[in-house]
Design a protein around this ligand. Sequence first.
Ligand code: COA
Length: 416
Amino acid sequence: MSKPLEGIKIIDFTHVQAGPACTQLLAWFGADVIKVERPGSGDVTRTQLRDIPDVDALYFTMLNSNKKSLTLDTKKPEGKEVLEKLIKESDVMVENFGPGALDRMGFPWQYIKELNPKMILASVKGFSDGHHYDDLKVYENVAQCAGGAASTTGFWDGPPTISAAALGDSNTGMHLAIGILTALIGRDKTGKGQKVAVSMQDSVLNLCRVKLRDQQRLDRLGYLEEYPQYPHGEFSDVVPRGGNAGGGGQPGWVLKCKGWETDPNSYIYFTIQGHAWAPICRAIGKPEWIEDANYNTATARQPHIFDIFKTIEEWLADKTKFEAVDILRKFDIPCAPVLTMKELANDPSLRESGTITEVPHKERGSYLTVGSPIKFSDMKPEITASPLLGEHTDEVLKRLGYSSAQIANLHKQQAV
Ligand code: COA
């Protein structure tokens, strides 16, 4: 089956997570992605948090599937020459080096554009160009702090908290992928490439949009009625951490189920959807609350929302998280068990849909990865193993017109 991005050639000059997540996605959808790596070491994640000695770490294999690997020291003249040839024949170059690294290497945007006016250069940086922090190197958690996620995540009586979800890294990569596809469509119309830049701070902030909504509501009203601080606690002049409160107009909380005393994940998320109040009352055995004026509107419920959650927890006390959801789903109540990574890894539905997929790898045997979360009616992305370091160097050089003797010579000059 032909894939929509087949024929799109991408120079993947990325490392760690933000850039690789972007190019991996494009590779799944058919792009020819060549990862350019430093000879001898390659992407740092190849060796980070290894679980098997001398074999590419899962950190690398799970972010670099479906790619080719070309080793090239782009600071040496021969390496620069290869990169120039690649730029001339490619559609997109993606990079997430520290600020200024590409310029120092001798490949500023102006020069890349001269080499190939149709080129799309896609960059991830911690902060956007011109920002007062634009000289900073940035990793995931730094971005979560700078983008508003940390100050609004966690509990009000604890410190700012980092989310396990890669809001700074993979999320920025997904934003960049959208930017690249947009620039490719734009290029079809104009014939010209362009530079696409995404900052990690901006991408985190984009996902914290509702917290900026809340800041403006707080400025105007002095309180936020869906936060646990309302109406009994205090508000300052900044959006507080709301624990497990829902971010929208539907109150919700993480509630204990049978076995929570020994199993730290025996919980469900329960949402009190305004118009589902009657089914909720019927589900939890409180039909008398349906018409009770203390309960039958969202405004009436809010002052004692935690007493309501406590009552629901009493109902949940003899049900596992899975049993509870099986009952509540019949009443159309938005809820889910709190699932562990172990449960997700073995979830038959996720295996069936390809969201969790097992990939054979030359050196480590097979490993689990997260496949495409985007599903298409006419295409099923097939996930193949990440490349070994330099696995495709000769293949790519041949394609660029190098003879066997020239390739052997290049290897000698590039040796670390
Ligand atoms: N050949 C020769 N040199 C290479 C090379 C290659 N194939 N690949 C990388 N390099 C060089 C770079 O040009 C750079 O040179 P410099 O000495 O001029 O700075 C050097 O390696 C280091 O690159 P850098 O990206 O700064 O690595 P780092 O390990 O110091 O920093 C980050 C890592 C992630 C903090 C930094 O890259 C960064 O801030 N990136 C932007 C934000 C980002 O994507 N962060 C999230 C990562 S998940």
